[in-house]
Design a protein around this ligand. Sequence first.
Ligand code: SF4
Length: 323
Amino acid sequence: MLRCVNLSLSYRIPGPFWRKSTRVFAVNDVSITLPPRQTLALVGESGSGKSTTGRLLLGLETPDAGYVMLNGTRLPKPGTRRWQKLRKRLQLVYQSPLAALDARMKISDAVREPLAIHNIGTPQERALKVGAALEAVGLTLEQSSRYPHELSGGQVQRAVLARAMVTEPEVMVCDEPMSALDVSVQAQVMNTLLEMQKRMRMAILFISHDLRLVRQIAHEVAVMYLGRIVEQGPTELVLHRPLHPYTRALVSAVPVIGARGQQRIVLAGDPPDPSRPPNGCPFHPRCSLAVDRCRVDRPALRTSAEGQSVACHVAEIGAEASR
Ligand code: SF4
């Protein structure tokens, strides 16, 4: 079980000439839990803090505040020996499969490399593990003896998954893993990922802007806006009955087969400058439901009895969960 509590990460951006530097929050007070065999999808526009949250969960960034726990133990500081030992239990799958692999390394060698780095098994055991990982993702022996540029995009992404799974991680962060693939290949890679999860009890953080994929894979969804979670809950609830006006706009942009007269909600303007976030609710400049209170008072997350949380003053959540 991976859990992060009140995670925040900010950067200082130097101001021009005599002006002071400004502090920009990439992630602000984010708490999430990833149980084994579950998939949590993080969704939101570019720059909402999804990828940075994923990197913080893996210990690839050091938070300013908050902490990450793996099975009840706090993650040590990145770069330390204890942290390096934990690395094999936490893996990352990048957006661009070709960039994730060394172009000069054959696929089988690239899949074997993490075992050597983490000193796992004898050479014979490593060969068995590599064979099993390649078979699990559906790559043949012949394909594994090629270089990345000699394979299709879907095959390379499956090789990346084999490399990530060969150490049998407990948590995998998949950062837009399908965005560079054709729709038909996306389905194959998605099935591979689900199969791996079933077999290895792995928890997945699935970062995506594609709600069609999220609907297929995620048990829970968390929606991020300007570094904060604004809505979170079971996928069926959040995608079928979104409570936050921002989530409603995201969901309305996904065409539903057979839904006649589906109305798309077009958001006004661009996301605000993160170095000068609006007062009150950060979504208020784009929100058609904003009331006076929204301009001064930032809404806290409230959770319904069904487990759907929303940060909005006007959202009706029915009975609230008792705390
Ligand atoms: Fe819109 Fe106000 Fe809700 Fe923010 S708190 S989402 S501005 S209605």
